[in-house]
Ligand binder design. Structure first.
Ligand SMILES: O=c1ccn([C@H]2C[C@H](O)[C@@H](COP(=O)(O)OP(=O)(O)OP(=O)(O)O)O2)c(=O)[nH]1
Ligand SMILES: [Mg+2]
Length: 156
């Protein structure tokens, strides 16, 4: 397992932790109490700083349970933590619920950090790009409906 240096900026705050052995995301914890009114956003400190090895990056994703129950998400999802960043990891939360405020208490697991290997590339300027099947098609160019064949019961 790749080791990542981590520094607590608050001695009481739990370190990011994976809830289950095969989870991709380690939960990040809020280090403050706050209330987000409908539509409101806030940059929430997690009380930790990390030093990712070169060739890795951290990506801050929302937690689906909070998104489902409260409309809580991450504005810039996924937030990017660069390997060279040594400041406090912060989460840019937003309350997407139209009616209810979201209460966050210090210690709540508010988002999850996915650490991944990333490639850096050298951009080589050319006059003509290599051909591809897709070409310049995008924005729904491949259509939106998959035809589903009618099946009679028991025919599978
Ligand atoms: O959700 C986030 C996003 C970013 N960061 C920190 C780590 C990251 O390495 C740094 C810069 O983030 P980003 O590159 O997304 O922001 P920017 O607007 O491009 O700022 P900069 O000019 O500092 O790169 O801020 C966080 O703590 N949480
Ligand atoms: Mg940047």
């Amino acid at each position: 397992m790749t080791e990542v240096q981590i520094r607590r900026l608050d001695a009481d705050v739990p370190l990011p932790a994976y809830a289950h052995p095969a989870d991709a995301g380690a939960d990040l914890v809020a280090n403050v109490d706050l209330t987000l009114e409908p539509g409101e956003r806030a940059l929430v400190p997690t009380g930790v700083a990390i030093a990712l090895p070169e060739g890795f990056a951290g990506f801050i994703h929302p937690r689906s349970g909070l998104a489902l129950r409260h409309g809580l998400s991450v504005v810039n999802t996924p937030g990017t933590i660069d390997a060279g960043y040594r400041g406090e990891v912060k989460v840019l939360l937003i309350n997407h619920d139209l009616r209810e405020p979201v209460q966050i208490r210090r210690g709540d697991r508010i988002a999850q950090l996915v650490v991944q290997r990333v490639e850096r590339v050298r951009f080589v300027e050319v006059d003509t790009l290599s051909d591809s099947v897709r070409g310049a098609g995008g924005y729904g160019s491949s259509g939106g409906h998959a035809s589903i064949e009618a099946t009679t019961e028991g025919s599978l």
